[in-house]
Design a binder for this molecule. Structure first.
Ligand code: TA6
Length: 319
């Protein structure tokens, strides 16, 4: 049977500190803390696992933190096949201000990797691609990885005809889209940046956003473009149509990981053979469910089911 694969190049120990109020220049005491295996792909793997689907997490880990990431995933029952690198996997901090509900993230830049590491990972990913239904590639790149690593990974799995979802930003997204992944999930600013050479206008301009999605679909040959709009949901281009996806109304406890959960919901939908409307509902519902939980990448199937009833997907235009 096929499984989902997630790639986290820069896996992390995610530490969340719940702070009653966050005051700069003061000693702020945490009321509680959570430490767990994290990084965007790992969060997506956790969500797919919670929805009952088989998933294998890969990427780079290193050192004692790397051991903790592996043993944490094993304890959670999530299969993993990471490539060991030198040094130490990073810690990412999320300081959650309980008074405002706002989070302040501090993300380490992470591992230092070299060409030999990249070559080993590409081989590992090719092995997993043979039995994968979908591959999710998420997050920042460790230094030394080269901004073209996603492009190389996507090219390496082309022969297996497995859809790739690429969730990253900056130069690695710019380079990754050259290999035409199946899906990307930029936010408004990132999507504007991707097309700034051909499309003028402000990032807030609605017509510009439509043009951006059209350009990415046609000139860059990306079948599915989901532009995340935060509380406003998402705008999605797929097979010549533009869809608007609503976000469920929630009182968020911790929004960190909601983007990863959206991606996971979409990946699970591809694995299950859902149509685009079902897929976008599941994706948005996973994002909403995640925000109700203290830890990142956590969704509850019963919450997801009830959010699916509430979320609307409308076809608003042709591309
Ligand atoms: O989206 C949340 C999150 O996955 C955190 O778990 C944290 O580890 C971070 O993102 C890493 O992001 P980055 O883009 O640096 O890979």
């Amino acid at each position: 049977a096929r499984h989902l694969t997630t790639i986290t190049l820069n896996a992390a120990i995610d530490k969340t500190y719940f702070v009653p109020e966050l005051v700069p220049g003061k000693a702020n005491r945490a009321s509680r803390t959570i430490a767990q295996a994290g990084g965007k792909g790992i969060n997506a793997a956790r969500v797919a696992h919670s929805l009952g689907e088989p998933v294998v997490a890969t990427g780079f880990v290193a050192g004692l933190n790397g051991q903790m990431i592996r043993s944490g995933l094993t304890q959670e029952g999530i299969s993993h096949q990471f490539v060991e690198a030198a040094g130490e996997s990073r810690t990412c901090l999320n300081l959650l201000n309980e008074a405002t509900g706002e989070s302040l993230e501090i993300l380490e830049s992470g591992l230092q990797i070299g060409e030999a590491d990249c070559a080993r990972l590409i081989e590992q990913v090719k092995l997993l691609a043979e039995s994968s239904s979908v591959i999710v590639m998420s997050g920042s790149i460790p230094s030394g990885g080269g901004s073209d690593i996603y492009q190389r990974l996507i090219d390496a799995v082309k022969e297996f005809q497995v859809p790739v979802i690429l969730d990253t930003s900056g130069d690695s997204l710019l380079s990754g889209i050259q290999a035409s992944p199946f899906m990307i999930k930029p936010n408004k600013e990132e999507s504007a940046r991707l097309t700034s050479d051909v499309i003028q206008g402000g990032a807030d301009d609605e017509e510009r956003l439509h043009q951006t999605i059209r350009h990415l679909a046609q000139a860059k040959q990306i079948p599915c473009i989901a532009v995340s709009l935060g509380e406003k949901g998402a705008l999605v281009g797929y097979q010549g149509k533009l869809y608007s996806v609503s976000a469920a109304k929630v009182q968020a406890v911790n929004p960190v990981g909601s983007g990863d959960s959206f991606v996971a919901g979409f990946a699970v939908s591809l694995h299950r053979g859902y149509d685009i409307v079902q897929a976008l509902k599941l994706a948005s519902a996973c994002g909403a469910s995640n925000s109700l939980h203290s830890a990142a990448g956590v969704v509850m199937p019963d919450e997801v089911a009830s959010f699916i009833e509430e979320i609307e997907v409308r076809e608003i235009a042709s591309l």
